[in-house]
Write a protein that binds this ligand. Structure first.
Ligand SMILES: [Zn+2]
Length: 405
């Protein structure tokens, strides 16, 4: 068995509170997954990752990138080290992408055929070939709890015809990924540690910015019966209302009893919005990448305007702050007075600004810890409110219902 998914509450807007049981542990959803590209969430050690967030509960699940680990140190080396969990000493759940997104971002360096993609390494120009089968072999060797079918990511913008053609290729590759995974799932490096357990392969819905193609892609993948589904090819420069629309149209088709993952999003208010629409999992490099550039997220103070537009649900608005600004040079406050992460409990804005200005590596570390904590706190708050919303809806003693009568 790969995973089981237990939904405990579904709110009116579609958001669900669930527990995703995986071989390396249980993940409470909706969840944000920090990205550990090269088997490291940049600048943050694993011991700290286990303690981020205001509740110090840490990251429940992290990502690693197949393309990067395939090139260095190589998936066979990681297999010999016992798989990526053991290699990086991360005992909690993990997910690997298929490598497709990175390979397709090498537009000058690749050649696509029905069989797969030939590409040149961004490191040394050496030639490589990824087929759906090879991507699955690499991901089995890495041994994350969840692995992804190999998909083609169409360029943006693309015509309907071009998107359709690319989507058909993605579907053919999804079927090949699934067949290959089913034949080889027993080869995962931790097979003997978790008897009877396997990785779980998710299919990826494509279809560009066309609602009819998104629906068709979801329908085709659902016919193939994956244990979970991802929505790929979004947040690639399209307007936010298009992203939202594509997610909404796809969620209508995906089975409600399986986990749903939107890849590569987004800002704090976006992950909150999508979680409330019924997305269970999200990942993004934004909190860590922004942190390394001195861009921090914090909650808005009363009367302060944030960067998000107020939605249907009252959300704690996120404010972006650039720590290198002179105004923080003698600011004794923590980044976010409402945050009780490791960094906000101990360090001032003045100190963080100093570290950034003199380019001390600790600055990137502390900024990353806070930004990741802010993202985890956002999802923790959403999970709490999903439960509360349902309790309110069914509680006959609640004020809302009494007023309605
Ligand atoms: Zn903090």
């Amino acid at each position: 068995m790969g995973l089981s998914f237990e939904i405990s509450a579904t709110a009116a807007g579609g958001g669900r509170r669930a527990a995703l049981h995986l071989p390396h542990g249980t993940v409470q959803t909706p969840v944000f997954m920090p990205v550990g590209t090269a088997a490291t969430v940049k600048t943050v050690q694993q011991e700290t990752l286990e303690q981020i967030g205001s509740d110090a509960a840490g990251a429940q699940i992290i990502l690693a990138n197949t393309y990067h680990l395939y090139l260095r140190p190589g998936h066979q080396l990681i297999r010999r080290m016992g798989g990526v969990h053991r290699f990086m000493s991360w005992p909690r759940p993990m997910l690997t992408d298929s490598g497709g997104f990175q390979v397709f971002s090498l537009s000058e360096l690749r050649k696509v055929t029905d069989d797969g993609v030939e590409f040149r390494s961004h490191l040394d120009g050496s030639k490589h070939f990824f087929s759906p089968e090879h991507s699955i072999d690499v991901q089995i060797a890495l041994g994350a709890d969840i692995l992804m079918a190999f998909d083609e990511c169409v360029e943006t913008p693309a015509t309907w015809e071009r998107t359709r053609q690319s989507m058909d290729l993605t579907h053919a590759w999804a079927a090949r990924s699934k067949a290959h995974f089913e034949a080889h799932s027993h080869e995962v490096p931790w097979a003997s540690d978790f008897p009877g357990r396997t990785q779980s392969l998710f299919g990826i819905v494509q279809g560009g910015m066309y609602a009819d193609l998104r629906r068709e892609s979801a329908e085709r993948l659902v016919e193939m019966d994956f244990p979970g589904y991802a929505i790929g090819g979004l947040a690639v420069g399209e307007p936010r209302d298009v992203t939202r629309e594509m997610i909404a149209r796809t969620l209508e088709v995906l089975p409600s009893d399986k986990p749903r993952y939107v890849m590569g999003v987004g800002y704090p208010d976006e992950i909150e919005e999508y979680a409330r629409m019924g997305v269970d999992m999200m990942d993004c490099v934004l909190p860590t990448r922004a942190a390394r550039h001195g861009l921090l997220f914090r909650s808005a103070e009363p009367g302060e305007e944030g960067c998000s537009s107020p939605g249907e649900h009252a959300s704690a608005t996120a404010v972006r702050m650039n720590i290198k600004r002179l105004e923080y040079a003698e600011d004794q406050r923590p980044i976010d007075p409402a945050c009780s992460c490791l960094v906000c409990r101990r360090y001032t804005r003045a100190y963080l600004r100093h570290l950034f200005v003199v380019k001390e590596p600790l600055g990137a570390t502390l900024n990353s810890i806070h930004n990741l904590s802010f993202y985890l706190d956002t999802m923790s708050r959403v999970r709490g409110s999903l439960v509360d919303a349902v309790a309110l809806a069914v509680d006959p003693q609640s004020d809302c219902n009494r007023n309605a009568v």
